[in-house]
Design a protein around this ligand. Structure first.
Ligand code: 13P
Length: 253
């Protein structure tokens, strides 16, 4: 069985003090959550304060980005070893905002994912089509190419450590969630692609859905057979909302 993974991507929200206040409110709310992994991805400046507040708790820490190099003249960048030092368990790579706003390519995303794995951090690799691509019936081509490119450097024996996040760009921050049927259709496609690349290990790989996940739609999304978690933006900024998402219906069974 795949262990569900509910992750908060705070994007460029919350100072260190705000992150700490969130964690203090959030931890008691998820103390009785089921057999799920719960992850918070604050901005870089929130990682250290959160590591202190979350230390020893059931909630894991993720970075929103990483540079694949070990060290060097890369102004403004953060190396994998720096994330290890703070205690990050996960790292998000290839988010559509980074692909669209900062020109990140599949090749660069692939190097990031491999660098994280090399340092023992589990990559959350994001893929997803734009509205224009969906309307042109190119969604599966686009997602297939992103998966092939972004996972190109993942060693076969490490496949089960990789988390995929399917985030249709048209559903991010728009309040327009993919229906559970559309999401399941894509997730099944993603798993098939993973099976072609990694064989039987694909069954153990977790695939999150992301895009306007809220307390009132998480249950039906999580009920789909190939949806193994959620990557949540807006609704994850509020401790009560994100706690409800982490405690989706059937998570306690
Ligand atoms: P929203 O939940 O705000 O739509 O954001 C989704 C997302 O991009 C998570 O990475």
């Amino acid at each position: 069985m795949r262990r569900p993974i509910l992750a908060a991507n705070w994007k460029m929200h919350k100072t260190g003090a705000e992150a700490t206040a969130f964690a203090k409110a959030f931890l008691p709310l998820v103390a009785d959550a089921g057999e799920v992994d719960i992850v918070l991805a604050p901005p870089f400046t929130g990682l250290v304060p959160l590591a202190q507040t979350l230390g020893g708790s059931r909630v894991a820490l993720a970075a929103q980005n990483v540079n694949p190099e070990e060290k060097g003249a890369f102004t403004g960048e953060i190396a994998p070893s720096m994330l290890v030092e703070i205690g990050c368990t996960y790292g998000i790579v290839g988010h559509s905002e980074r692909r669209a706003l900062y020109g990140e390519t599949d090749d660069f995303v692939a190097r990031k994912a491999a660098a994280l794995l090399a340092h023992g951090i589990l990559p959350i690799v994001c893929v997803g089509e734009t509205l224009e691509e969906r309307e042109a019936e190119r969604a599966f081509d686009v997602i297939g190419a992103q998966l092939r490119g972004s996972l190109a450097a993942v060693p076969d024996e490490r496949a089960s450590e990789v988390v995929i996040a399917y985030e249709p760009v048209w559903a991010i921050g728009t309040g327009r969630t993919a229906t559970p049927e559309i999401a399941q259709e894509v997730h099944a496609f993603v798993r098939k692609q993973l099976a072609q690349r990694f064989g039987a290990a694909a069954e153990a790989m977790r695939i999150q859905y992301g895009g306007s996940v809220k307390p009132d739609n998480v249950d039906t999304l999580m009920a789909q057979p190939d949806i193994d978690g959620a990557l949540v933006g807006g609704a994850s900024l509020d401790p009560e909302q994100f706690a409800r998402i982490a405690k989706f219906e059937s998570s306690g069974e």
